[in-house]
Design a binder for this molecule. Structure first.
Ligand code: ZN
Length: 428
């Protein structure tokens, strides 16, 4: 495909106008002011359109679309214990299949090309992910509430199967990470065992960390150290790790994340909805910690529209710090794209440059709310709507375009999701 006379977010996260961008064999082959020679297949008219890197949603639980709207306006503990956990006890493969496919459809609709997921029934979601063409770093949720060894858990057996059969599948689109759900849902020996397993298999790790004040303080009371210090001491951060939330970091924690190259998945909408607080993102960024963006689940957001999270991410820390200069539009967009790709270990993705993977989004900028274009990047962050996404491409393949999905039967997926949700609710 050849994008013709289109505005482009370049690798410095600045806008260039009237560019030709050529895609071949899944990669960006050409970017320039002149039409390249040769046969590029379809020519895409870029008038009134902006080509930007695809969005990376680096923390979520896709199949929880099934729980969208369940248990609103409750405290975190009541929400989990009374509404979420009983529903999740009734989950099965059919439900997770439907919920995951719905989540992928929603993400593609709003420009997400890759997501990091932590959940159960991962063999089922792996198949849905591969069929959809989206990218994913998938991790099987691990919680251990008794004295069990990691090797005795179902999660361990699932991890062996997933690593053997799915890691790197779909030309590398699907990657398998290991998981510790959190400090408060595991034990020191399990954390150490997962750290060892990650080292042996060269896996990345996905965790929740310091999401709520209660959780953070309870860890200090139990172990005499913060969650970040605890995980570092048990060797978990020796492998590349993505830590979701990091709302309650203390001074020394920033140094740990920086030293160990831990990526942070900031989830501003989820943190606000569950009243968890505001992550100290400006300080993390100032220190050079890699910060990406996550929606968290549809039960605590309540959508997977990263354009909405992006706008809030760019506004929130101005309000919470009292400093309107923190987080520029370019920093916000880089966080939602390239930083997410780095967190997933996809260093040839997340940015528009020659040779990079063609994970791209086209935004319709021919809209009242995007006019005039005094500063197009600012419009993208503060004015654009998720529904302005008119094309989503992963590895050079169009997966969503102008209301149509190329790999998903959206009517069937919506029907199945409602049916499976109703079936579970009927058992509660
Ligand atoms: Zn989460």
């Amino acid at each position: 495909m050849l994008f013709e006379k289109i505005s482009v977010v370049n690798e410095r996260f600045e806008i260039e106008h009237d560019r030709y961008v050529g895609i071949r064999d899944g990669r960006i082959i050409y970017i320039g002011a002149w039409r390249p020679s040769g046969d590029w297949g379809e020519t895409y008219n870029g008038h009134g359109r902006l080509l930007m890197p695809g969005l990376y949603n680096i923390h979520g639980h896709a199949a929880m679309t099934l729980l969208r709207g369940r248990g609103e306006n409750l405290s975190l503990q009541r929400w989990l214990n009374e509404k979420i956990f009983p529903f999740e006890d009734k989950l099965n493969d059919r439900a997770v299949d439907a919920g995951t496919r719905l989540a992928i459809a929603e993400m593609l609709r709003f420009g997400t090309v890759s997501f990091s997921d932590m959940y159960f029934f991962c063999q089922t979601s792996a198949k849905a992910i591969l069929e959809s063409g989206i990218k994913c770093s998938l991790s099987r949720g691990l919680t251990v509430f008794d004295g069990s060894d990691y090797e005795d858990t179902l999660a361990y057996r699932d991890n062996l199967d997933l690593l053997k059969n799915y890691n790197g599948a779909g030309d590398g689109r699907l990657k398998i990470d290991l998981c510790i759900h959190g400090e408060y849902t595991s034990s020191p020996k399990v954390v150490e065992a997962v750290a060892r397993h990650a080292k042996e298999t060269g896996s990345r790790v996905h965790i929740h960390m310091s999401e709520t004040k209660t959780e953070h303080e309870a860890c200090k009371a139990r172990h005499g150290m913060t969650p970040a210090a605890y995980f570092e001491a048990r060797g978990l951060f020796d492998q590349p790790t993505t830590a979701a939330h990091c709302v309650w970091l203390e001074d020394g924690d920033f140094e740990i994340l920086k030293r160990k190259g831990v990526s942070v998945a900031a989830c501003p909408v989820s943190n606000m909805k569950l009243a968890s607080g505001f992550a100290p993102v400006p300080r993390m960024m100032e220190m050079g910690i890699n910060v990406g963006l996550g929606t968290d689940s549809a039960a605590s957001n309540n959508n997977l529209n990263m354009m909405q999270d992006l706008a809030l991410f760019a506004l929130l820390y101005k309000g919470s710090t009292g400093d309107p200069t923190v987080i520029t539009p370019a920093q916000a967009l880089r966080a939602a794209t390239q930083n997410g790709a780095i967190a997933q270990g996809r260093t040839d993705s997340g940015v528009i440059r020659e040779g990079a993977r063609a994970d791209l989004v086209v935004l319709n900028i021919d809209q009242p709310w995007m006019t005039p274009t005094i500063d197009l990047l600012t419009n993208v962050i503060y004015s654009a709507q998720g529904s302005d996404v008119c094309l989503t491409m992963v590895d050079g393949k169009v997966l969503y375009r102008d209301g149509e999905y190329t790999t998903i039967d959206i009517e069937k997926v919506k029907y199945e999701t409602q049916k499976e949700t109703d079936a579970i609710l009927a058992q509660l």
